[in-house]
Write a protein that binds this ligand. Structure first.
Ligand SMILES: Nc1nc2c(ncn2[C@@H]2O[C@H](COP(=O)(O)OP(=O)(O)OP(=O)(O)O)[C@@H](O)[C@H]2O)c(=O)[nH]1
Length: 217
């Protein structure tokens, strides 16, 4: 038995109309906001490792650097896998890709709550530590280096030992830009590579091949 009266029916129809109109108005915005978010994620992340890519990293780093005042230091670690070409040459490009993911996993495990991590080049990674001292950053880099070399990465039964080199730098009141900070970290990474690899450099003499201190825990 139908007990809906005509006024009730009109109210129900009116409510349906309002809901349908609201949905039609809001849905395109929701879809477009979601699409925008997806596009931005794609543009700023590395599809292989899901870490930030260089564009995403430098954008965040520059913003942080500009926001911090001169007492708040920003530290950066530049990390590069040693002799990575050999992994590709000996085990194939897919093994190389898996090795990149494996190193990324170490970065995520060690830094997901404390730092911003990125893959900024083929086998090069960057880690940004806000409000960190040079000492803390160097210790973090050293821990990461040791974690990565502690166990081999397993690729279809092949035990592949990876080593990494790192350069560390930390801003101070005289640091002009994030780029200049990055240049120092890059220079330290270069010294690490040129003086035997598998090490962290955070301070180097003017002679680029004679480093003053390496950290050893
Ligand atoms: N599998 C794989 N290989 C990559 C990717 N991007 C870059 N590479 C490889 O990384 C290798 C980098 O080689 P090099 O620049 O000679 O560096 P390296 O062998 O690590 O030597 P050092 O850095 O001097 O210790 C090259 O063989 C590139 O083809 C990638 O996305 N996947």
């Amino acid at each position: 038995m139908n007990i809906t009266t005509e006024p009730q029916l009109q109210i129900i129809l009116a409510i349906h109309l309002i809901l349908a109109t609201t949905a039609a108005l809001i849905l395109p915005f929701l879809v477009s906001a979601n699409a925008e978010h997806n596009l931005s994620t794609l543009a700023n992340h590395d599809p292989l490792t899901q870490l930030l890519n260089s564009r995403g990293f430098y954008s965040i780093a520059n913003n942080l650097f500009n926001k911090n005042n001169s007492e708040q230091s920003l530290a950066v670690i530049m990390l590069d896998i040693d002799f990575f070409k050999r992994v590709n040459d000996e085990f194939g490009h897919d093994a190389g890709d898996e090795a990149l993911k494996w190193v990324s996993q170490h970065l995520k495990e060690l830094f997901s709550k404390t730092a911003i991590t990125a893959r900024v080049g083929g086998e090069e990674f960057a880690i940004l530590l806000n409000h960190s001292s040079l000492n803390d950053a160097q210790l973090a880099a050293e821990k990461l280096r040791k974690n990565i070399k502690q166990y081999p990465f397993n690729y279809y039964g092949n035990a592949i030992y990876l080593r990494v080199s790192a350069g560390v730098a930390c801003s101070n009141a005289n640091t002009a830009s994030f780029k200049s900070l990055l240049n120092i970290a890059d220079k330290h990474l270069y010294v690490a590579k040129k003086t035997g690899r598998d090490k962290v450099i955070y301070n180097s003499e003017l002679n680029p091949f004679v480093h003053k201190q390496t950290v050893s825990i």
